[in-house]
Design a protein around this ligand. Structure first.
Ligand code: HAM
Length: 415
């Protein structure tokens, strides 16, 4: 679980602000949900035999003896809230959420025990048009963030019935090569054999490559859905790869699944992942409701942005007020007047020599220092230009600075 220090938070804020704009451009509305839910909610929706439920949840009993879990993901909570509020039945909903998730995984680069997602869930649309809308939305997000080089993989998991038929054949096949399976995969043979296909173990890649493909077991309607998805992706001009081994680690998926991947984060290559879960609302007690969503891992996204040296939002002050030897009240009043003009201002507090005050001004990241010369006059110093300072009436300083900063904002060379 990481501390996010102010320098990094600037990147987070930029990412979150851009994501919010993109989500709103598609008509998605934010939903805010608790970080704690009943354990049973996750066990039922994510699946009893998944890694998340078997090994990774932070679960505890509260004072009433109720078993609760820190949410490992956001989909289950959205569905629960949607059913409880009566907002899912016969309606179309487009929701997004952001916040911390908790999984007791082995930490490594890009994998943490508290991490953050921005997630999107839609309810009530059965066709592949909404699948493609979600993928277009995610593609637009990468573009808006200035992030290139992500690749899109798609697959279909069909219906539970098709998957059950496939599962039987897959298990037969894997048993015939059981000597080549690693311990984890042997354990999964009985519980979650599809996840064997997801193994990153190099020594098992031959076994995996030769395994039967789920695509050969698809029911008619799932095949039509998948064909429709690909046709729409092609029409939208999106590049993608069909990866029949893409199975995802949560049990609620049906039909479309997809991931956006990068080669720049080591083993943790998925930046964004999701899919359709047409059976989940009913499983949790609602009326049958088609649904699809995805979640972006913010730590991974921000790490990529830092690597590509994307500029973070500049929250630094624009002006630093240097009282010199004047009374602190004069500096505070001037700083307020500058803020009235919409400027971001840090006012020097705590006294000290002029030299130390100017040093702080430099370190603040502000473009200008305003030095109080006497009761009515100030000197304005451009901290990034090698020119002398300009003296003016105190009453003129706010207007002068607002104009200078506006001019610089309009000039790309200054940005
Ligand atoms: P997920 O694949 O478990 O799906 O997680 C989605 C994304 O969250 C991953 O692709 C990754 O970027 C990030 N992530 C997951 N675990 C960690 C971790 N330990 N540390 C850092 N980042 C992590 C879900 O959670 C589904 N609820 C997505 C979804 C929404 N499907 C339908 N709707």
């Amino acid at each position: 679980m990481n501390d996010l220090l102010p320098e990094v938070v600037a990147h987070w804020q930029r990412t979150e602000a851009i994501a919010r704009d993109v989500l709103h451009a598609y008509g998605y509305r934010e939903i805010r949900l608790p970080v704690v839910e009943r354990t049973e909610l996750f066990a039922r929706s994510i699946g009893q035999h998944t890694d998340i439920v078997e090994k990774e949840m932070y679960t505890f009993e509260d004072r009433n003896g109720e078993r609760l879990t820190l949410r490992p993901e956001g989909t289950a909570g959205c569905v629960r809230a949607g059913i409880e509020s009566g907002l899912l039945h016969n309606q179309i909903q487009r929701w997004w959420y952001a916040g911390p998730m908790f999984r007791h995984e082995r930490p490594q680069k890009g994998r943490y025990r508290q991490f953050h997602q921005i997630g999107v869930e839609t309810f009530g649309v059965p066709g592949p048009d909404i699948d493609v809308e979600l993928i277009l939305l995610s593609a637009r997000l990468w573009q808006a963030l200035g992030l290139g080089g992500l690749r899109l993989e798609v697959n279909t998991l069909g219906t539970p019935a098709a998957r059950a038929a496939y599962r039987t054949n897959l298990v037969d096949y894997l048993r015939s090569r059981v000597g080549e399976l690693d311990e984890d995969s042997r354990r999964r043979l009985d519980t979650n054999p599809l996840r064997v296909l997801d193994s990153k173990n190099r020594e098992m890649q031959d076994v995996i490559r030769a395994a039967p493909s789920l695509l050969d077991y698809l029911d008619e309607a799932s095949r039509a859905h998948f064909d429709g998805l690909q046709e729409l992706l092609n029409r939208a001009g999106l590049s993608y790869v069909v990866n029949p081994r893409l199975v995802r680690g949560l049990d609620y998926y049906t039909r479309t699944v997809f991931e956006w991947l990068t080669d720049r984060l080591g083993a943790q290559s998925a930046v964004c992942a999701g899919g359709r879960y047409d059976g989940l609302v009913e499983l949790l007690g609602g009326k049958p409701t088609p649904a699809i969503g995805f979640a972006v891992g913010l730590e991974r996204l921000v790490e990529l942005l830092v690597q590509t040296a994307a500029r973070a939002t500049d929250n630094a002050p624009q002006v630093y007020v240097v009282p010199q030897a004047q009374a602190p009240a004069a500096a505070l009043v001037l700083a307020e007047a500058l803020r009235d003009r919409g400027l971001r201002v840090e006012c020097h507090c705590g006294g000290g020599s002029l030299k130390s005050q100017l040093k702080r001004a430099d370190n603040s990241g502000a473009r200008y220092a305003v030095l109080l010369e006497d009761a009515d006059r100030v000197a304005v110093k451009d901290l990034r230009a090698n020119e002398g300072q300009r003296t003016m009436a105190l009453a003129d300083a706010a207007e002068y600075l607002a104009k200078q900063l506006a001019k610089q904002l309009a000039n790309p060379a200054y940005r």
